[in-house]
Design a protein around this ligand. Structure first.
Ligand SMILES: O=C[C@H](O)COP(=O)(O)O
Length: 249
C-alpha cells in the first residue's frame, strides 16, 4: 500500500439486500467512525436502497454509491438509471465496468468509458473495474487484457478525485481463490505505470484489489505495494466482516 494514498474500502452488495438490511447498514455506520483514521468507507447497495441508506448515512463516515449507470443523462431508456438520478438519490460514486456487467450485459470498454464519463458529468467518482478471466490468465495474457481494458475504459481527464481503478481477476470473484500477493503486486504496478504515464495525477489515483477479499486475507492483500484498498463483494454484506477488512488497512 502506498502511504501517501488514503485507502478506500468499497462494498459491492450486487443483487443482494432488502429494506430489512438497514440494520446491517446501521451497524456499518456505527463502526465507520472509529475507522476514519484508516480508510474511506463506501457501500454500494442495490438501487432500491440507495436513497434510504444515503439519508441514514448523512453526517457519518460511511458513503453510499451505485453499481452501474446509463451513459445518458435522461431519455427513453426504460428501466435504466442515469448518473444524475443516482447522485440525486445520494450516491457519491458509481462502479462501472464490473466483470458481471461486462459478461451479463455485453458491456464493452467503449460503453464502460461512456459510463465513467457519465459519472463525472454528474459529479460522482467512477470506480472502473478491470480484470482477466481464468482462460486469459492461463494463456499469460493478464497484463495485455488489463492494459487493453484500461486504454479503452478510462476517459481522458482522470484525477485522483474522480477516478478509482479496481483490479478484479474474474476467476477470483466469489470463488474463495485469490492471486498471490506477488501476482497482485505485478498487476497493480502495471496499472500504476499506465496511470502515471497517462494522467498527471496518476501516481495518486487509488487502485483497489477485488476478488474474495475477507477478514482473514485482507491484511496480506492491503500490504501489497500499490494496493490502495479493496472492492469487496460477499464479505461486504456483513458489518462485522466489512469493518474487519477496513480495520486491516
Ligand atoms: O465487486 C466485488 C467483487 O466482484 C468481489 O466479489 P467477492 O468479494 O464476493 O469475491
Amino acid at each position: 500500500m502506498t502511504d501517501a494514498i488514503r485507502p478506500l474500502i468499497a462494498g459491492n452488495w450486487k443483487m443482494n439486500g432488502l429494506k430489512s438490511s438497514l440494520g446491517e447498514f446501521e451497524a456499518m455506520i456505527a463502526g465507520a467512525g472509529a475507522l476514519a483514521g484508516k480508510a474511506d468507507l463506501l457501500v454500494c447497495p442495490p438501487v432500491t436502497l440507495i436513497a434510504g441508506f444515503a439519508d441514514r448515512a448523512l453526517g457519518s463516515k460511511l458513503a453510499v454509491g451505485a453499481q452501474d449507470c446509463h451513459a445518458k443523462a435522461s431519455g427513453a431508456h426504460t428501466g435504466d438509471l442515469s448518473a444524475e438520478m443516482l447522485a440525486d438519490a445520494g450516491a457519491g460514486a458509481i462502479i462501472v465496468g464490473h466483470s458481471e456487467r461486462r459478461a451479463d450485459h455485453g458491456e464493452t470498454d467503449a460503453v464502460v468509458r461512456q459510463k465513467a464519463e457519465a459519472a463525472w458529468r454528474a459529479g460522482l467518482v467512477a470506480i472502473v473495474c478491470i480484470g482477466e478471466t481464468q482462460k486469459q490468465r492461463d494463456a499469460g495474457q493478464t497484463l495485455d487484457i488489463c492494459g487493453g481494458q484500461l486504454a479503452g475504459s478510462l476517459p481522458d481527464g482522470a484525477t485522483a478525485a474522480n477516478l478509482v481503478v479496481a483490479y478484479e481477476p474474474v476467476w477470483a470473484i466469489g470463488t474463495g481463490l485469490t492471486p498471490t500477493p506477488k501476482d497482485v503486486e505485478q498487476v497493480h504496478r502495471f496499472i500504476r505505470d499506465v496511470l502515471t504515464s497517462r494522467f498527471k495525477e496518476g501516481s495518486k489515483i487509488r487502485i483497489l484489489y477485488g476478488g474474495s477479499v475477507k477478514p482473514s486475507n485482507a491484511a496480506e492483500l492491503m500490504a501489497v505495494a500499490d494496493v490502495n484498498g479493496a472492492l469487496v463483494g460477499g464479505a461486504s454484506l456483513k458489518a462485522t466482516d466489512f469493518l474487519a477488512i477496513a480495520e486491516a488497512c
